[in-house]
Structures are given as C-alpha cells and as structure tokens.
Design a protein around this ligand. Structure first.
Ligand SMILES: Nc1nc2c(c(=O)[nH]1)N[C@H]1C(S)=C(S)[C@@H](COP(=O)(O)O)O[C@H]1N2
Ligand SMILES: [Mo]
Length: 211
C-alpha cells in the first residue's frame, strides 16, 4: 500500500501539536525558489554585515567558517502549506555574527540580502534570538537548491524568511519590506497565527494564495 507523504493536520494536532494550522507534513524538503538559482563560486563567495554597525564586516568562506559553529534542531513551515519537522541545522548564529560587527543602539531591524537579489526583513531581536546562518542540514552540506553554501534559518516564522544564498545582513533603524513582503506576503509571518498574506491584498487578489 502506498503511504501518503502528506498528512493534513488541524491546530493542536500532529506530533506534539507542532504543526501549525493549515499545514501538511512532508518528509521530502521540497525546493521553493523564485526565479533562477544563483551561481556561486566558493572562492569569491563573501558575506557582509553592514548598515548600523560599529565595524562593517566582509568575510570570505574561510573567515566565516572559522567563527563559532552552532547546531540547532528546528521545524520548518512554508506558506505553501508544507511543514517539515526536526531538521538539524549547523552554522553560525546571527547573534554571533552581528556581535562581531557591533550593532549600533538604534539598529532595530535587519534585511537579509542574497545572491540573486532575494531579500527578507526581520526584527533584529528575532534574528538575534533564533537566526542561524546554516551551512549543513542533517549533517550534510546544503544542496545547491537549498541555498549552498549559506542560508538563513528562522524557525518560528514562515519559510520565506529563511533566505537562501545569503550574502549580506544589513542592520536598519526602521523596518522595510523584503522581496515577498513587497509582493503581498505578511510582514511578520507567524505560522501559528497564519500570517500568510496581507489581509487587504488577499481580498483584492484571490490569486495570492500560496506561491
Ligand atoms: N534566495 C531565496 N531564498 C529563499 C527563497 C527564494 O526564492 N530565494 N524562497 C523562500 C521560500 S518561499 C521558502 S519556503 C524556503 C524554501 O527553502 P527550500 O527551497 O530549501 O525548501 O526558502 C526561502 N528562501
Ligand atoms: Mo515558502
């Protein structure tokens, strides 16, 4: 008998009540990328921490991977309704990286920038509390399509905030919408509150239901 690879859950059900409303479980880790995958050469790869920082940082892969590494276990919820539980990510915490640059007191938001032009915005507190710049998933380097060599992981918000191919963390005083946030996705994106799209936009544009 074929075992279904999706299990529909309702609030509070699912393993340990860990699956937010309107989500299906998957074990496959689908790929979701808007547009073409960027081409990345590890020899020229770099990440920049800039904006409201005391010391702007530009690190190459060697310098980045010499930072303290952290492992986290987290669930992943995509706004297109799949959730995957228990992913083990390894990388450098946003808080360790940002601490190295020294955030200025008026920094309150971050913009994650990516190879290929994608971006997403987050409150600085959230990024510092749980943001991980991950290079490995379940013990293996990320696949190209999952953001190799480095992606952001922010488990408590929808997956579009977990930017792949990250190459910049910009600290800002005011909030500013990222790629999907400019195109109708919710600014905060809490899956437990189903903050999927801006309510007005969803009403005006019924086509904006799950990309
Ligand atoms: N650079 C970039 N990062 C991105 C995206 C993207 O299109 N470009 N898609 C986002 C979305 S909508 C989701 S759900 C996750 C999916 O990650 P995955 O492809 O590794 O499953 O990546 C996020 N990060
Ligand atoms: Mo997504």
């Amino acid at each position: 008998m074929k075992r279904p690879d999706k299990v529909k859950t309702t609030p509070g059900q699912g393993p340990g009540g860990r699956v937010p409303p309107g989500q299906f479980l998957t074990t496959k880790f689908p790929v979701l990328t808007y547009g073409p995958e960027p081409k990345i050469d590890i020899d020229t790869w770099q990440i920049r921490v800039f904006g409201l920082v005391e010391r702007e940082l530009t690190l190459n892969w060697k310098q980045f991977s010499d930072l303290q590494w952290t492992t986290t276990l987290a669930d992943f919820h995509c706004v297109t309704q799949w959730s995957q539980l228990d992913n083990t990510w390894e990388g450098v915490t946003v808080s360790d990286l940002v601490a190295a640059a020294g955030p200025k007191p008026d920094a309150q938001f971050v913009m994650a920038h990516c190879y290929g032009g994608y971006s997403t915005n987050l409150p600085l507190d959230l990024a510092m509390d749980e943001g991980l710049l991950a290079h490995k998933l379940d013990g293996e380097p990320l696949g190209m399509s999952h953001g190799w060599p480095l992606r952001l992981i922010v488990p408590s918000v929808y997956g579009w905030k977990s930017a792949k191919w990250v190459n910049g963390i910009e600290l800002m005083a005011g909030d500013s919408p990222g790629f999907w946030e400019q195109r109708g996705y919710h600014n905060e994106g809490d899956p437990w509150k189903e903050e999927r799209f801006w309510p007005e936009l969803t009403k005006q544009r019924p086509d904006l239901t799950g990309t």
